[in-house]
Design a protein around this ligand. Structure first.
Ligand SMILES: NC(=O)c1ccc[n+]([C@@H]2O[C@H](COP(=O)([O-])OP(=O)(O)OC[C@H]3O[C@@H](n4cnc5c(N)ncnc54)[C@H](OP(=O)(O)O)[C@@H]3O)[C@@H](O)[C@H]2O)c1
Length: 436
C-alpha cells in the first residue's frame, strides 16, 4: 500500500452521488466518531462529482469541493482513495478507476459490471501501483461475502458456492409464488415500486447475477474472472404454475448463481432459475433479500443472508472497505496475486450433473408420452415423476417431468429434440434441481 496509512486522515473523493454515493456521505458524516474510534483515522471527503450539481441529494455538501469532471479526481494530490459509484462498465467509470490506480490511489467501487468485464486488468494495475482495489459493495450489497470468502474462509478449498444475488428477481419470484400472478404483471408492479429498473433486462435476464458470480468465482477458486464464459439464463420464461408445481416437489424456484469444482478439477459457473429443496436455507430467502451458501473443505457449509441492495446496505459495504484502507488492511483483489490466478473456468451448464425439472406444453392427445419417452431413453435419462396439469381436448396442457440424475449436456440435447416433436408446443423449460 502507499503511504496513505501513515497519516491521521484518509482523504477520499466520491464519484457518483446517487443512491449509493449519498448513502456513503451520510454514513461518513453521521458515524464519523465511531469510524475514527475503530480505525484511528478520520475519513475526510475532500471532493465529490456527479452530473447535476444542483440536484437535491438529501445531504449537505456545502463544505465539500464539487468537480464537474469525475476523471479529474484521479490525479489530485489531496486524494488518497477514489470511490467510484457512477456505475457502468465503460466510461467515465472505467477510465476514472484506471487512472486513479495508475496514479497510486486506492479505489473502492460498487460497480460489478466494471469489475466483471475489466477486473483482471484493473487488479493487475492495482498490484503494479501497490494500491488496493476494493469491491465489497459490488456483490450482494450489505452482505460481507467478499470478506467472508477472502478472509474468513481463506484456509479452505471451496467446493462450491450457490447464491441468490439479485433482489429484483427474488422479489418477482416470491411475489409470483405468493399471488399466482404472471411474470409480466409482477415485473410491472416491481417497476412501479422502484424494485426493478425501467429496463429490467440486466436483472431478469441473469446478467447482473452473472457479474457478481464472475467475481465470486474468481475469488473462491483463484481463477481469472470470466463473465463472457458463464452460462446465463433469466427468469422471464417462468410461469406461476412452475412455482406452484415446484412446491409439490417440496422445492421453491430461485434464480441461483452457482460455481463449483467438478471431479475433473474444472470450475463450473452458471446462472439460472433452479429448484431448491425447501430444506435448504436458500429456499427461505424471500423478497428483495440475497443469500449465499458457501461450502469449504474444513468449515463445511456456511450460509449468509441479508439485504443485497439499497442505500444503507450498499453504502455500509463501501464504508467498511474505506475503514479497512484506513486501518492499513489490504488483500489481493481476487485473493491471490494476479500472476497466480488459474485460467478462467471452462465448464458450463452442459457439465452440470443432477436431477432436472422439465415443463412441456403439449396438445392433450393419446400417445404424447410415448413420443417423448424414447427421446429421454436414448440419452439414458430416466423419469422420476410425471404430472399433467389440466385435461382439455382443445386447449394445450402442461406436462411436468422430473428426472433422475443426468448431465446438463444430455438434458439440453433431449430438450432440443423434444421441442421439435409435433405434439409439443414451443421449447420445453428445463431447470436444474439443486441438492444443497
Ligand atoms: N443502488 C443499489 O442498491 C446498488 C447496490 C449495489 C451496487 N450498486 C452499484 O453502485 C453504483 C451506483 O449505483 P446507484 O444506485 O447509486 O446509481 P444512481 O443512483 O444512478 O447514481 C449514479 C450517480 O453517478 C452519477 N453519474 C452517472 N453518470 C455520470 C457521469 N457520466 N459523470 C458524472 N457522474 C455521473 C450520477 O449523477 P447525477 O446524480 O447528477 O445524475 C449519480 O449521482 C452502480 O455501479 C451500481 O451497480 C448499487
Amino acid at each position: 500500500m502507499n503511504n496513505q496509512s501513515h497519516s491521521s486522515q484518509l482523504r477520499v473523493a466520491l464519484a457518483g452521488l446517487g443512491t449509493v454515493g449519498a448513502g456513503v456521505y451520510k454514513i461518513l458524516t453521521q458515524n464519523a466518531d465511531l469510524i475514527k474510534t475503530r480505525t484511528g483515522k478520520t475519513i475526510e471527503v475532500v471532493a465529490v462529482s456527479a452530473r447535476n450539481k444542483s440536484k437535491d441529494r438529501g445531504v449537505d455538501l456545502s463544505a465539500v469541493e464539487w468537480v464537474d469532471n469525475p476523471k479529474s479526481l484521479a490525479t489530485r494530490h489531496d486524494v488518497d482513495v477514489v470511490v467510484e459509484m457512477m456505475g457502468g462498465e465503460g466510461d467515465p467509470a472505467f477510465s476514472l478507476v484506471k487512472s486513479a490506480l495508475g496514479n497510486g490511489k486506492s479505489v473502492v467501487t460498487a460497480n460489478k459490471s466494471l469489475l466483471a468485464h475489466h477486473g483482471l486488468e484493473l487488479a493487475a494495475l492495482a498490484e503494479q501501483s501497490n494500491v488496493s482495489l476494493m469491491y465489497e459493495a459490488a456483490v450482494a450489497g450489505g452482505i460481507p461475502i467478499i470478506k467472508m470468502i477472502r478472509e474468513g474462509l481463506a484456509a479452505n478449498n471451496i467446493a462450491g458456492l450457490y447464491g441468490i444475488m439479485n433482489g429484483t428477481c427474488n422479489y418477482i419470484l416470491t411475489t409470483m409464488e405468493r399471488t399466482g400472478q404472471s411474470f409480466g404483471e409482477v415485473l410491472k408492479e416491481a417497476q412501479a415500486l422502484g424494485y426493478a429498473e425501467a429496463d429490467p433486462t440486466l436483472d431478469v435476464g441473469g446478467g447482473d447475477s452473472g457479474h457478481k458470480l464472475a467475481l465470486l468465482t474468481a475469488l473462491a477458486f483463484g481463477c481469472k474472472p470470466d463473465f463472457d464464459g458463464l452460462s446465463l439464463d433469466g427468469i422471464d420464461k417462468l410461469t406461476a404454475e412452475d412455482l406452484t408445481v415446484a412446491a409439490e416437489f417440496d422445492c421453491r424456484i430461485k434464480l441461483i448463481g452457482q460455481a463449483k469444482k467438478l471431479d475433473d478439477g474444472r470450475v463450473l459457473q452458471m446462472v439460472g432459475p433452479c429448484l431448491v429443496q425447501k430444506t435448504s436455507p436458500l429456499a427461505h430467502v424471500d423478497g428483495v433479500l440475497n443469500g449465499i451458501f458457501v461450502h469449504g473443505d474444513f468449515v463445511g457449509p456456511s450460509f449468509t443472508s441479508g439485504r443485497g441492495a439499497g442505500e444503507g446496505p450498499t453504502a455500509s459495504a463501501i464504508v467498511a472497505d474505506l475503514m479497512d484502507l484506513a486501518s492499513g488492511i489490504s488483500r489481493p483483489v481476487f485473493g491471490v496475486p494476479t500472476r497466480s490466478l488459474n485460467p478462467s473456468p471452462t465448464a458450463s451448464s452442459d457439465d452440470w450433473n443432477g436431477k432436472f425439472y422439465i415443463r412441456l406444453v403439449v396438445h392433450d392427445r393419446p400417445g404424447v408420452i410415448a413420443e417423448i419417452a424414447p427421446v429421454l431413453r436414448d440419452r439414458k435419462i430416466s423419469i422420476e415423476s410425471l404430472i399433467q396439469r389440466g385435461r382439455s381436448a382443445d386447449q394445450p396442457v402442461s406436462i411436468i417431468l422430473t428426472t433422475h440424475e443426468t448431465t446438463g449436456a444430455d438434458m439440453h440435447e433431449a430438450a432440443g429434440q423434444i421441442g421439435k416433436l409435433g405434439c409439443v408446443l414451443g421449447q420445453p423449460l428445463v431447470l436444474p434441481i439443486l441438492n444443497i
